[in-house]
Design a protein around this ligand. Structure first.
Ligand SMILES: *[C@@H]1O[C@H](CO)[C@@H](O)[C@H](O)[C@H]1NC(C)=O
Ligand SMILES: *[C@@H]1O[C@H](CO)[C@@H](O)[C@H](O)[C@H]1NC(C)=O
Ligand SMILES: *[C@@H]1O[C@H](CO)[C@@H](O)[C@H](O)[C@H]1NC(C)=O
Ligand SMILES: *[C@@H]1O[C@H](CO)[C@@H](O)[C@H](O)[C@H]1NC(C)=O
Length: 260
């Protein structure tokens, strides 16, 4: 019986076409340099092992490892619409890649579309952090900015309100038809350690700081902070995937790092 289960599980993984993605970016805090043989560095590896094993079942975990000056705090989270299989692959990649990209830093963060992982020797759990952001925007501009921004604003209001409802665990997503052919999709998510008030604050900053700047009048945009994620597109990108994908969408994107 148990052998049968294992085989079915493996087949499902192959069939679901889950695959590794490239990171969208990382932050290695160069004011927190450590040496690779240190106790703190060993504790980071132990913490990462815990994050990798525990994130997929709950979608979010915060943890700490070690004592006194060698203590390290960590957090990892998947986008809540993503499957357990994709979550697991994403967090495994994140844990491996963040150590490659930030090998000598006690404060490091890595962003993927499906997940986010960070750790630091300073406690950051429960605090809103918008000090470092990664923005991706579609190079295409909308043809009717006034109408588009009105629709985008009301979709954002709706999904931000959803995100701060306890049962939604920081996730808000939705869509709105702009015409018979065009649908606008939006998704926001806060990290699971934030209170409703803190979540609302992060999402407000993400919108206010970027929607009139790098995202302005763009056909799509993504804002990646350490405490929240905001994205809208004119094509389906969240799960369950909408099947009506319009073929003429050009999703060539630009990326920028922003410090407030
Ligand atoms: C930390 O290390 C990086 C190289 O890994 C170096 O460029 C940077 O100056 C160091 N920071 C400090 C504060 O020493
Ligand atoms: C974290 O590590 C950095 C670099 O080693 C150090 O300057 C800082 O004091 C540490 N913070 C804590 C809370 O231990
Ligand atoms: C979109 O708008 C930006 C800013 O107004 C402009 O620089 C850019 O050339 C426009 N892109 C296209 C494809 O029209
Ligand atoms: C998409 O847009 C970019 C930038 O405007 C352009 O360089 C590229 O050729 C376009 N791709 C397609 C398939 O139209």
């Amino acid at each position: 019986m148990s052998l049968l289960f294992k085989i079915i599980f493996l087949l499902l993984i192959c069939y679901s076409n889950a695959e590794s993605q490239e990171p969208l970016g990382q932050f290695c805090n160069e004011n927190t340099n450590i040496t690779s043989g240190s106790k703190l560095s060993a504790n980071i590896d132990k913490l990462l092992a815990e994050l990798v094993s525990e994130t997929p079942s709950t979608g979010f975990i915060s943890a700490s490892f070690g004592k006194e000056q060698d203590r390290v705090y960590g957090l990892s989270q998947c986008r809540r619409d993503v499957s357990k299989e994709d979550c697991s692959i994403c967090i495994q990649d994140a844990a491996k890649e963040v150590r490659k990209r930030c090998p000598n830093q006690a404060d490091a963060r890595i962003w993927y579309d499906y997940c986010f992982l960070r750790y630091s020797n300073e406690s950051f759990i429960g605090k809103v952090d918008t000090s470092f952001g990664i923005i991706y925007w579609n190079l295409g501009n909308v043809s009717d900015p006034e109408a588009f921004n009105r629709e985008l604003g009301s979709l954002m209001d709706e999904i931000k309100a959803e995100a701060v409802m306890a049962k939604n665990k920081g996730l808000g997503k939705g869509k709105t038809k702009l015409s018979s052919f065009v649908t606008l999709y939006g998704l926001v998510q806060c990290t699971g350690d934030l209170s409703d008030v803190a979540c609302a604050q992060c999402l407000a900053i993400a919108e206010e700081s970027n929607f009139n700047n790098l995202c302005s009048n763009r056909k799509g945009c993504r804002v990646l902070y350490s405490s929240c994620y905001v994205r809208y597109e004119l094509y389906p990108f969240f799960f369950p995937l909408d099947s009506s994908i319009p073929s003429e969408i050009n999703n060539t994107e630009m990326m920028a790092i922003v410090y407030p």
